[in-house]
Design a protein around this ligand. Structure first.
Ligand SMILES: C[S@@+](CC[C@H](N)C(=O)[O-])C[C@H]1O[C@@H](n2cnc3c(N)ncnc32)[C@H](O)[C@@H]1O
Length: 309
């Protein structure tokens, strides 16, 4: 999906682009390789580990014409504000490869992995206050059930929540393995990993305010794009993908298409294409199984006028 997403940006060598999810910098590197000396890339990540990768020189670009690169350690929900701070008011393309990076998954103490023993943390930005530990030990059964149903889409959210509340009554649940143990009896046979992934996903989404940040970023991205500019989003679960799909189609998040007096959809974007991962990609990276790539384009105002007339 790397090449599809970069192709989706339709990069002009002298253009200005934003990678709002730098992570390990794979996409940023590919963008830089297509930019000329006049081009510019601004990359966001709220995780200090990503920032360190840039500062230490571990991340570098070997080919290309050394376009201008700026790393911004911040939540992408502040996209517009930080771009303005860096003198950027319009961009040619925005790329978002959502969710957790493989570095974050593979670092046990971050608490993202269902397989590794670690603190129940799950914060992408370790300066933020809320951790998964606080949710698991602090929410009452009702609130936990709602969270697991809404963000984990767990069919047995109530049972899972009750099991958590019962387990923590004797001892606080501090680690990923303690959480696994607490819900072990409610993981359907053969679907243990799937259910655990759904449980961890629910907690992670709440800890990081992922859906609110995504909504805010999409709206700001559409404002910042030049006419014909591209928005490329890779999402990893249906809650994210639904927001992206609705936004590209209708310019809002509930999917209802509003039309103007002439019957033209009042949406700033149009979806150009979507694709999911190939079998070969899933074989290398199992997380790609649920990935969905969508490419949108900011509508050209003059085109719209032609249709109206
Ligand atoms: C799937 S990884 C991106 C991987 C990257 N495309 C690469 O090539 O290595 C997602 C990254 O986005 C970051 N991230 C997720 N949500 C964010 C947000 N709201 N603001 C800033 N960074 C965010 C995470 O910290 C993580 O490093």
């Amino acid at each position: 999906m790397l090449s599809e997403s970069i192709d989706g940006l339709n990069i002009r060598p002298e253009g200005t682009y934003v990678d709002v999810t730098f992570g390990g910098g794979g996409h940023s590197r590919a963008i830089m390789e297509r930019l000329g000396a006049e081009g510019r890339l601004l990359a966001f990540d709220q995780d200090e580990d990503a920032a360190r990768r840039v500062e230490s020189g571990e991340w570098k670009v070997e080919s290309g014409e050394s376009a201008n690169f700026t790393f911004i350690q911040a939540n992408f929900r502040h996209l517009k504000r930080f771009l303005r701070l860096h003198g950027v008011r319009q961009v040619d393309g925005v790329l978002a490869d959502l969710g957790v990076s493989s570095h974050q998954f593979d670092t046990a103490e971050r608490g993202f992995s269902t397989r590794l023993e670690g603190e129940l943390d799950m914060r992408m930005d370790r300066h933020s206050a809320l951790t998964a530990r606080e949710l698991v030990n602090g929410l009452d059964e009702e609130a936990l059930t709602r969270l697991l149903r809404l963000y984990g889409e767990l069919p047995n959210a109530r049972q899972m929540a009750r099991a958590i509340v019962t387990a923590r009554a004797s001892q606080a649940i501090d680690t990923t393995m303690q959480l696994r143990e607490a819900v072990a009896r409610h993981l359907p046979r053969g679907m243990e990993n799937k259910y655990l992934a759904m449980l961890f996903q629910a907690l992670r989404i709440e800890v990081n305010g992922e859906l609110e940040a995504l909504r805010e970023m999409l709206e700001q991205a559409a404002e910042l794009l030049v006419e014909g500019g591209r928005l490329v989003v890779i999402s990893y679960h249906s809650l994210e993908d639904r927001l992206v799909k609705n936004f590209m189609r209708s310019g809002n998040f509930d999917g209802g298409v509003e039309k103007d007096f002439y019957g033209n959809p009042l949406s700033p974007m149009r979806q150009l294409r979507k694709c999911s991962a190939t079998e070969a990609e899933v074989a290398v990276n199992s997380r790609a199984r649920s990935a969905m790539l969508r490419v949108g384009e900011k509508k050209v105002e003059s085109e719209k006028m032609k249709v109206e007339r």
